[in-house]
Design a protein around this ligand. Structure first.
Ligand SMILES: Nc1ncnc2c1ncn2[C@@H]1O[C@H](COP(=O)(O)OP(=O)(O)OP(=O)(O)O)[C@@H](O)[C@H]1O
Ligand SMILES: [Mg+2]
Length: 328
C-alpha cells in the first residue's frame, strides 16, 4: 500500500504519484434511497488534459465530483486521483485537488480578499503568503476592484470567478469544476472560458461538468456523456457530433400543409420529425451556403407558407435523442 503522504512533500506543492491517468474511476455506484445516482461509472483523465462530463439534471455529475473529491464515499467501485485512492488516502487526495462546487461555498459576509485569505490560511499558508496569493488571484480573475466588497453584493459571474479563485489558492495540480458557467450571461461565460483555458495551458488537469455541449466542445479534450449514472458515450466533441449527424434544420409553418415534408426532403439527411400540429418540422441537414434561403424558396414554390427557418448546430438535446433513441 502507498504511504498516505510522501515524505518531504510540502502542503502547497503536493507530490504526484500518478504514472497513468491523473483521475481514474471504475464502476462507481452510489444510491440515495431508491435513486441510483451513479450506476457503474468509469472515467479516465490523462495528466494535463480536460475531461468534460456532460449530462442533464440528475445525471449524476455532482455525485461523481463529490466522490472524486472525497466529500462522499461510493457504495461500490474505486477511484484514484493523482495516484491516491479516494477512499483510503483521502487527505493525500485533498492536498492535490481544488474544487469549485456547484453550490458556492463562499462566505457571504466576508469580502473577496477575506474569503481567499481565510482559505489560504486553512490550507497552511502564512498570513503574508495568503494575502499575496489572494491579491494575485483577484487580479487574475478581474476582481481587484471588488476585492474589499462583501460577497453578498457580488453578481453571479463574480461569485463563480471568486469560487474558481478559491479553488486555486493552493496551486492544485488537479481541478474539479462543477458546472462552472451555469447561470452566467454570455459575456461572463466567455470570460470564464478564458480563465479555464489559461489554467489548462499551465498544465492543470481538469474535470469539468456541464449541461452544455458547446462548453464541452470549447474546453474539453474528451467528453463523457452520462445519463442515469452511467457513461452512455465517450469521445471528442467532433466524434460525438458525428454520431448525431450535421446541423439541424428547424422550420415553423404558418399553417399545416400536406406537401411540406416532401418539399423539404432534398435537404434532409436522415429522419424528419414533425410536431403533432404539423407546424414544426425538424431534421438533420448537410450545411451549404445560403441553405436557409434555398429552403424558404423551395417551400414557397410548393406553396407552403413559412413563419421561421433556422439552421443550427446539433445541441445536447440532439445528442441525447440520438444516443438514447430506441431506449426510451
Ligand atoms: N444527497 C442526496 N440525497 C438524495 N438524493 C440525492 C442526493 N444527491 C443526489 N441525489 C440524487 O441523485 C441523482 C443524481 O444527482 P446529481 O446531483 O449527481 O446530478 P447532477 O448531474 O449533478 O444534476 P444537476 O445538473 O441538476 O446538477 C439525482 O436523482 C438526485 O436527486
Ligand atoms: Mg450537479
Amino acid at each position: 500500500m502507498r504511504p498516505e503522504t510522501s515524505a518531504g512533500s510540502s502542503r502547497t506543492v503536493p507530490m504526484i504519484e500518478a504514472q497513468g491517468p491523473m483521475i481514474e474511476a471504475q464502476g462507481l455506484c452510489k444510491r440515495y434511497g431508491q435513486t441510483r445516482a451513479l450506476d457503474g461509472l468509469d472515467l479516465e483523465v490523462q495528466a494535463g488534459t480536460v475531461l468534460g462530463v456532460l449530462g442533464p439534471n440528475g445525471a449524476g455529475k455532482t455525485t461523481a465530483v463529490r466522490i472524486l473529491t472525497t466529500l462522499t464515499s461510493p457504495d461500490a467501485g474505486s477511484a484514484r486521483v493523482a495516484g491516491y485512492d479516494v477512499i483510503h488516502q483521502r487527505s493525500a487526495v485533498q492536498r492535490c485537488i481544488g474544487v469549485a462546487a456547484q453550490d458556492a461555498t463562499l462566505d457571504e459576509v466576508l469580502t473577496g480578499t477575506q474569503n481567499l485569505v481565510m482559505l489560504g490560511r486553512l490550507g497552511g499558508l502564512s498570513r503574508p503568503d495568503a494575502r499575496a496569493r489572494a491579491a494575485e488571484l483577484l487580479e487574475q480573475f478581474g476582481l481587484q476592484d471588488a476585492a474589499e466588497r462583501v460577497v453578498k453584493g457580488y453578481s453571479g459571474g463574480m461569485r463563480r470567478r471568486l469560487d474558481l479563485a478559491a479553488a486555486l489558492i493552493m496551486h492544485p495540480p488537479v481541478l474539479f469544476l462543477d458546472e462552472p458557467t451555469t447561470g452566467l450571461d454570455p459575456t461572463s461565460r466567455a470570460r470564464m472560458w478564458e480563465v479555464i483555458r489559461g489554467l489548462v495551458s499551465d498544465g492543470t488537469t481538469l474535470l469539468l461538468t456541464t449541461q452544455y455541449l458547446d462548453e464541452a466542445d470549447e474546453l474539453a479534450d474528451s467528453i463523457v456523456v452520462i445519463d442515469h449514472g452511467r457513461a452512455i458515450a465517450q469521445g471528442t466533441a467532433a466524434q460525438l457530433k458525428s454520431r448525431v449527424g450535421g446541423a439541424r434544420l428547424e422550420i415553423t409553418l404558418t399553417e399545416a400543409h400536406p406537401h411540406a415534408s416532401q418539399a423539404l426532403e432534398p435537404f434532409i439527411d436522415g429522419a424528419l420529425s414533425i410536431s403533432q400540429d404539423a407546424l414544426h418540422i425538424r431534421g438533420p441537414v448537410r450545411v451549404s451556403p445560403g441553405l436557409a434561403t434555398t429552403v424558404v424558396r423551395a417551400l414557397d414554390a410548393a406553396q407552403v407558407s413559412v413563419e421561421d427557418v433556422q439552421v443550427r448546430p446539433p445541441s445536447l438535446d440532439d445528442v441525447f435523442f440520438a444516443l438514447t433513441a430506441g431506449e426510451r
